[in-house]
Unconditional design. Structure first.
Length: 285
């Protein structure tokens, strides 16, 4: 696997993903009962925005850095920016926290998290970040296998009834990845039917995603919500034009949480021909 997220940390796709994940976890914190988070493709957990990789692409400059001085942002976007800033000294933005680190800071004493990672360097970083935190397990290996290992989740021998599975693979072979996701989610739902499964996906040409969406509609879920942010028109297969989050078993009225955030992200990050989409593939009953 050749993918390295350090080249893309803090870009528009990270912004959409992390705004969504933090909004979901904030909703879970509203109840006292424990929740569980599984990050199937954790990455390094923290990235230096002045690293050679980040400076080579400059993607953070068109993502999180564009938002830092923007006025009057929606609540979900402000929440995200505060979480990113908390990983830095006041007035600076030198590091960007990945999904595992952002999620870990939402955990309470009763909550649990597991993170999977294949690449040894990133795995070592994750183990260092979470050393000594008994709430968090870091597992070496394939994230899809990790779903079988960790679901249904338990804490101290008792099952945890609710939580989030974040699926964010590298998509090195994009079309081959979707059947793996469907198979893994179907198995995960059989093990933990009440779990919320959040799938990040890249968009080059949106029409190529239709078979994936049709397969997702056949999964045994209560609801399915799509949130997409297109920075460019979806007319080029040669670049990342945008990205999306597919939320299976999404909370009721969560579209109302995301709607102002998506509109704001499009206004601040989009270029000519940008767009956003927020649709229920399957509306909650």
């Amino acid at each position: 696997m050749n993918y390295r997220h350090a080249f893309h940390a803090g870009n528009h796709a990270d912004v959409l993903k992390h705004v969504t994940v933090l909004a979901l976890l904030d909703q879970m914190q509203r109840k006292d009962s424990p929740f569980f988070v599984l990050d199937t493709h954790g990455g390094a957990g923290r990235y230096l925005l002045h690293s050679e990789e980040s400076r080579k692409t400059g993607e953070a400059a068109d993502g999180v850095l564009k938002l830092m001085d923007a006025p009057r942002l929606p609540e979900a976007v402000e929440r995200y920016l505060k979480a990113v800033q908390a990983d830095n000294q006041p007035g600076t933005l030198l590091t960007y926290p990945g999904s595992p680190l952002l999620a870990s800071r939402c955990l309470r004493a009763q909550d649990r998290m597991a993170v999977c990672e294949l690449q040894q360097e990133e795995l070592d970083t994750l183990k260092f970040l979470f050393a000594g935190d008994a709430r968090i397990q870091v597992r070496a290996g394939d994230g899809y296998a990790g779903m079988r290992a960790f679901l249904p989740p338990k804490a101290d021998g008792s099952k945890i009834g609710r939580g989030l599975v974040l699926i964010d693979p590298p998509y090195e072979d994009q079309q081959a990845e979707y059947p793996r996701i469907i198979e893994a989610v179907r198995d995960g739902l059989a093990r933990w039917p009440q779990g919320l499964f959040a799938i990040w996906y890249p968009i080059k040409q949106r029409r190529t995603l239709q078979p994936f969406f049709r397969a997702c509609q056949k999964l045994p879920v209560r609801s399915a919500l799509i949130a997409e942010l297109m920075i460019h028109p979806d007319d080029s297969p040669l670049r990342l034009n945008g990205s999306g989050m597919l939320l299976l078993n999404a909370p009721w009225q969560f579209d109302q949480v995301l709607a102002p955030a998506l509109a704001s992200l499009r206004a601040h990050l989009g270029q000519a021909g940008s767009s956003h989409r927020l649709d229920w593939l399957k509306a909650p009953e």
